[in-house]
Design a protein around this ligand. Structure first.
Ligand code: ANZ
Length: 859
């Protein structure tokens, strides 16, 4: 028997697949199509075994679909623009392009070493001008349709570095490079009007039954649809309208003050002694996150009053931090009795509390400890008094509309998408600012707007590109006069919002994609990626698809028909509390019995299981893993350890278990074929003895179960558990020597054959080798049509069922299939084994769940 030399086997088959163009997709093929897409990676350099999970899962799906006869499209590319490349460039003094390119090379080699199959002819990188030309084109199309606009928006400004910082460059309010206090600055930036699509993005979630529920929920929450009413309050002193948005118009008679965000335009117009205080508050909230703004409520009286249109009452107007400027109208009618935030604010500033909804226990404003937010009956509410508040909401809203005091209104939490970045390493925004014509899109013939090649990408000033006159100074495409290019680059989420369309033809020069081809191949049949993209990438891609459809470039409006989000592979990390020591590599930790100790100071270390990350020194290198065990072991472990959508530990011992399985399989297949041969021909299913019949049943039942597990359920761990059982069910060579019936011996060949075929999507290299070398087939195992279970083999002459006495499982018994109560009473109950468990008592009741369970109730 040859030894299991994975170091020779794995590259050998990888080369063969490449030569055979196993993963080359012919988009014009007549076969049914299957588009399997993995979220393309950011080229960060090294991959660890945690990253491997995503690609391995995708590869199993791809190989399975190939075996099912689909024309499979499995492309791969690189989300290649972005901040880390720029940071690495600044730190190590290499150009972001060079850094990115070398990482792509490394990662590509790694993906290949995992045996992950892609049609590399379709490789793309978003930093390639041939690609970003079309990213820019999409921007101009959105601009044409009024879906890209400019407005002032805050950015993080570092006065030390004189530059704009991304959110992850700000740590506790300080610049993570120079430590200066980060300020907020208002800049004119570009936005995509994703809010125009809020309702459709929400409604169409119902068309995605094959998406992970968690992602659907998160998108719903992010879109944040809210139904309520606007109410037309006015400023008493000036008569100026001051509308508010409320979900509780039933509480209008309980308004005791009104509050606006300190950023509200009305605050800017204030004069008098209060104006300065409001301004101070605005400066303060600028530094607060939305969460901070709600924690400690703070407000300032503006000196003005506001008139409630339902009863003419005038109430004081406050500027308050907990009112957000960008939601609703930026103003809130405050009802302390029935809103907890307003309650806390009213208590703090001694404002009146007025109960207008009564529950079963009468409320008294003076003694309330918190707001009453439950349903109840409206009181002191003019003609609505006595109504249940749920009906009141509808009735009051209708009445507001009739009397022109307000009306129904739907709001969304979602904001427009800011796409301007003041960075170097991104696609330049294809807009020109002309003093006469305003912002003008770069015409298609002038695209791409090339990112200038500069050596020093360090930000100096507002945007990196602003400091490059040869880039910035240009002519207006409309009037020909001097004009300036937009100095910003696009958010990398714009790059990744359409890449799945480009894969169909990455060579196209005169258009981003061919409509007929993408209409045929999309939506993607299966998308696989991380749940962290739930509300970013996945929402943006849906928006861009819908916008392109509306512009007539596509015929579908949801890009991904099915979405699977894999769990994370986790690892243990060790942390020393002593200042400056921090994380230690697991292999360097000193062990004292059960206690991990710091190798530097001997302190007991904190143990944490979580995400693999470089900073925590707990990554398991994929290449070391491959060196030691082979990639099929890594694949097997990754797939068998847990359900693919759940987090799972990386556990060295279990990895050995996966390796043992592969070696046992290797031995069984070689040693048994040496005994029984490789010919299945001549197996007579009618002419088998019991052990062979049982083996055959196990094999065919497993075909059914593995197929089930691969059909959309992604129960890879179950599939592999079943396949291990088949391996266990194989007779030993010595046993088989005693099998004299030739047909019986052929069931062993059949079992080995099916086992190898079923394992092929999971552990493809070893499967190919066994298929070829042990089972003696000439072609590739991926030329084989996925097996179908034989109905005949699935008919059992006996099934194992559990026997319960008074609800507790006492034993297992073999019964003919579909045995009923009469059979059980007559044949099973009298057996000595069952009698033993009944302890001499007579059964009161016998309940049979066919083929599963018998429950005997005794008194
Ligand atoms: C009066 C009221 C009485 C409210 C009551 C609630 C309960 P959702 O469901 O999230 O849409 N609100 C409106 N605009 C706001 C803003 N810019 N910043 C902070 N809060 C704002 O919430 C809508 C409710 O949030 C509105 O209904 C308003 O408070 C508040 F017993 O109006 B309510």
């Amino acid at each position: 028997m040859p030894s299991y030399d994975f170091k020779a086997i794995e590259p050998k088959w990888q080369k063969k697949w490449e030569q055979d163009r196993l993963f080359a997709c012919d988009t014009k093929s007549e076969r049914p199509k299957y588009y399997c897409l993995m979220m393309f990676p950011y080229p960060s350099g090294d991959l660890h075994v945690g990253h491997g999970r995503n690609y391995i899962i995708g590869d199993v799906i791809v190989r399975y679909r190939i075996m099912r006869g689909f024309e499979v499209l499995s492309p791969m590319g690189w989300d290649a623009f972005g901040l880390p490349a720029e940071n690495a460039a600044i730190q190590r003094n290499i150009h972001p392009a060079a850094w990115t390119k070398s990482n792509i090379d490394k990662m590509k080699a790694q993906l290949k070493s995992w045996g992950a199959g892609y049609d590399w002819r379709r490789e793309l990188a978003t930093c390639d001008p041939a690609y970003y030309k079309w990213t820019q084109w999409i921007f101009t199309k959105l601009f044409e349709r009024g879906l890209a606009y400019r407005k002032l928006a805050p950015v993080n400004w570092c006065p030390g570095c004189q530059t704009v910082l991304a959110n992850d460059q700000v740590e506790e309010g300080k610049c993570n490079r120079c430590g200066s206090e980060v300020a907020r600055r208002e800049l004119e930036q570009w936005f995509f009007k994703i809010t125009d699509y809020a309702q459709r993005l929400l409604d169409d979630l119902d068309k995605l039954p094959r998406w992970t529920q968690g992602v659907i929920d998160r998108q719903r929450k992010r879109i944040g649809r809210s139904e309520g009413a606007t109410v037309n309050f006015t400023v008493k002193e000036t008569g100026e309208p001051l509308p508010c948005y409320t979900t509780r118009p039933d509480t209008l008679w309980g308004v005791t003050y009104f509050s606006v965000a300190p950023e509200h335009p009305i605050c800017a117009k204030l004069t008098g002694p209060q104006a300065e205080k409001v301004r101070e508050l605005r400066e303060k909230v600028k530094k607060q996150t939305n969460v901070d703004r709600e924690k400690e409520k703070e407000g300032v009286f503006t000196g003005l009053h506001v008139v409630n249109p339902v009863n003419g009452d005038a109430v004081p107007l406050y500027a308050a931090n907990y009112v957000l400027p960008e939601y609703g109208t930026g103003g809130v009618m405050a009802v302390p009795a029935h809103d907890q935030r307003d309650f806390e604010f009213a208590k703090k500033y001694s404002l009146p509390i007025k109960v207008v909804i009564q529950g079963t226990n009468p409320l008294d404003a003076a003694s309330m400890k918190e707001a009453f937010v439950d349903d109840g009956v409206m009181v002191s509410s003019s003609q609505f008094t006595g109504r249940k508040n749920e009906e009141g909401i509808k009735a009051v809203t209708a009445w507001l509309a009739e009397t022109k005091k307000g009306g129904p209104k739907v709001n969304f939490k979602m904001h427009d998408w800011c796409v301007s970045r003041q960075r170097y390493w991104g696609a330049p925004i294809p807009m020109i600012h002309c003093p006469n014509d305003g912002p003008v899109a770069v015409p298609e013939k002038d695209l791409p707007v090339l990112l200038p090649e500069i050596q020093d990408v360090r930000p100096k000033g507002r945007s990196v590109l602003e400091g490059i006159p040869s880039f910035i100074d240009t002519k207006c495409p409309k009037c020909g006069g001097p004009a300036k290019r937009d100095p910003d680059t696009l958010d990398t989420f714009v790059d990744s919002a359409w890449y799945y369309l480009r894969y169909l033809d990455v060579q196209l020069k005169d258009k981003p994609f061919d409509k007929a081809t993408v209409d045929k191949w999309l939506p993607v049949d299966q998308y696989v990626g991380g749940i962290e993209h739930a509300t970013g990438h996945l929402l943006y891609s849906r928006f861009v698809t819908k916008a392109l459809k509306d512009a007539g470039y596509l015929s579908f409006e949801e890009p991904f028909a099915a979405l699977f989000t894999q769990g994370m592979i986790q690892a243990v990390a060790y942390f020393c509390p002593t200042a400056g020591h921090g994380w230690t590599k697991p292999s360097d930790v000193k062990w004292e019995g059960e206690k991990p100790r710091c190798p530097q100071c001997n302190a007991v270390m904190k143990v944490e299981t979580g995400k693999m990350s470089k900073s925590r020194l707990n990554t398991v290198s994929a290449s070391e893993m491959g060196e030691q065990w082979g990639v099929d072991t890594q694949r097997h472990y990754t797939l068998a350890v847990a359900p693919a959508d759940q987090d799972a530990p990386w556990n060295e011992e279990s990895v050995c278990g996966s390796n043992r399985f592969i070696r046992r399989l290797w031995e069984s297949v070689f040693s048994l074929t040496a005994e029984v041969g490789t010919e299945v021909e001549g197996l007579e299913p009618e002419n088998l003895t019991k052990p062979a019949r049982d083996l055959r049943w196990k094999v065919h039942d497993t075909i059914k179960q593995v197929t089930d597990a691969l059909e959309g359920r992604f129960a890879f761990h179950t599939a592999l558990a079943r396949l291990t059982e088949v391996e266990h069910a194989l007779p030993s060579v010595d046993e088989v020597k005693k099998w004299t019936n030739p047909s019986d011996r052929k069931t062993v060949v059949e079992a080995l054959d099916r086992l190898v075929v079923l394992l092929a999507p999971f552990t493809p290299h070893v499967a190919e080798e066994l298929w070829h070398e042990a089972l003696g087939h000439p072609g590739s195992v991926f030329d084989v049509v996925w097996p179908k279970a034989s109905e005949h083999a699935l008919v059992r002459d006996e099934v194992e069922i559990a026997v319960q006495v008074n609800g507790k499982v006492k034993m297992k018994a073999m019964l003919p299939p579909d045995a009923d109560e009469a059979f059980v009473r007559e044949k099973l109950l009298p057996t000595p084994e069952v009698q033993k468990h009944l302890g001499g008592k007579t059964p009161k009741m016998v309940k049979v769940v066919p083929n599963r369970l018998v429950n005997i109730v005794v008194g």
